[in-house]
Design a protein around this ligand. Structure first.
Ligand code: NAD
Ligand code: MG
Length: 389
């Protein structure tokens, strides 16, 4: 780093996504502190090529094998190794060319490469919440076994993580995850039944990838985050509370044993938690806009409407029962969201699909990793079969 230390070598898995791009902005602003060693993308060859030309990583992976020749050719003049396919993604995650992985792939697809990074003892800045939702027990155990630090990037979990600094001996009574409520806060089922893709993609406070935008609109995102928090901070299900805070200024809070509440606040900007995860435990100065207390803007809080946004109820059930239920919830939700994005499924039908999948796939209390993969596949197949009807 700038104080004589070498730059931290970063691998960005999912570099063409919303998180990946913002991470590259953070690195661009701090070239003495960070270097880019690996960039990966699934299909967007154009952006990937542009990023590679600019940041000169060691390695580039394009998931989609049809796109490989174009990427290879475009980078031919550079000493950049180009790989393709799912297998390559995992192999590269285990290579000794980087120090910290930013896990910014969306969905279940992020699990295997992240596990490989952990097994290789790498630090992981975790944006991909689905990894912990699906197999949190196995992921966290491996992280301990391989001494691989996991630093949250999700803004709520980064907030909790920041509030925990200096509190190692003090017990948490509960954590309070804040939720903006999404674009349909206050709406009822008679409105939601007609909601379409474009409307759901317009989040009031955050500009994010398509999947998490839909998850935010259905409140499934907050459900996934409850499960993510349980694993990250070793909490009991009843210690995780959700409160709606439409302004997204308080990013989350901890209530300690003495009743004291600690909150982390700031304007909603993912570059902040990304930068914090990269530089932890150091803070880096920046020119991001600041929250202005002189402006008359009230911070408000309310209970989530779980009668309308039933995903929160389903996720709470998965949080409490554990086993393969969060994995099934996640798999069915991925199928539901992508069907909704293709206008094949209604907004409220997404929740029904998840609920029916949770009822269908047999419960396993302590799954192995293979059983998690089987449960994921079974839930996907079942959910997909319902859409075809
Ligand atoms: P995105 O859709 O914008 O980007 C996803 C990235 O993953 C892309 O680079 C894409 O190429 C890659 N990818 C997609 N499918 C893949 C596959 N099958 N195999 C390999 N790579 C694949 O998503 P995003 O909004 O950047 O979110 C990424 C992750 O971060 C998600 O898990 C999300 O929940 C989490 N997260 C995002 C935000 C946000 O503000 N966007 C905030 C908190 C957490
Ligand atoms: Mg979040």
């Amino acid at each position: 780093m700038s104080n004589g230390q070498p730059a931290k070598r970063i691998a960005i898995f999912g570099s063409t996504g919303s998180i990946g791009k913002q991470a590259l902005e953070v690195i661009e602003a701090n070239p003495d502190k960070f270097s880019v060693e690996i960039l990966t993308a699934q299909t967007n060859d154009e952006i990937l090529i542009r990023q590679a030309m600019h940041f000169n990583p060691e390695i580039v992976v394009i998931g989609d094998e049809k796109k490989y020749p174009r990427v290879k050719e475009a980078l031919a003049a550079k000493p950049i190794k180009v790989f393709t396919g799912e297998q390559a993604l995992q192999e590269v995650a285990a290579m000794d060319v980087y120090d910290l992985m930013l896990a910014a792939i969306v969905g279940f697809a992020g699990l295997k490469p992240t596990l490989r990074a952990i097994e290789s003892g790498k630090a992981v800045a975790l944006a991909n919440k689905e990894t912990l939702v699906v197999a949190g027990d196995i992921v966290m155990k491996k992280a301990v076994d391989h001494r691989a630090p996991i630093i949250p990037v999700d803004s709520e979990h980064s907030a909790i993580f920041q509030c925990l600094v200096g509190e190692t001996r003090n017990r948490i009574e509960k954590i309070i995850l804040t939720a903006s409520g999404g674009p349909f806060i206050g709406k009822k089922p008679n409105f939601l039944v007609n909601v379409k893709r474009d409307h759901a993609l317009q989040h009031p406070n955050w500009n994010m990838g398509a999947k998490i935008s839909v998850d935010s609109a259905t409140l499934m995102n907050k459900g996934l985050e409850m499960i993510e928090a349980k694993w990250l901070f070793n909490l009991r299900p009843e210690q995780v509370q959700v409160v709606i805070h439409p302004q997204s200024i308080i990013h989350s809070m901890i209530q300690f044993e003495d009743g004291s509440l600690k909150a982390q606040m700031g304007l909603p900007d993912m570059k902040l938690p990304i930068q914090y995860a990269f530089a932890f435990p150091t803070r880096i100065p920046n020119k991001f806009p600041r929250y202005d207390f002189k402006k008359p803007n009230a911070l408000t809080f309310e209970e989530p409407d779980t009668k309308t946004f039933r995903n929160l109820v389903l996720a709470t059930e998965a949080l409490h029962k554990g086993g393969n239920l969060p994995c099934v919830l996640n798999a069915a939700n991925e199928i539901a969201v992508y069907a909704f994005l293709r206008n094949r499924l209604g907004f409220l039908d997404m929740t029904d699909l998840v609920e029916r999948s949770m009822q269908h796939v047999p419960f396993i209390a302590q799954p192995t990793l293979e059983e998690y993969f089987e449960s994921d596949a079974e839930a996907r197949n079942f959910a997909a079969s319902l859409i075809k009807l």
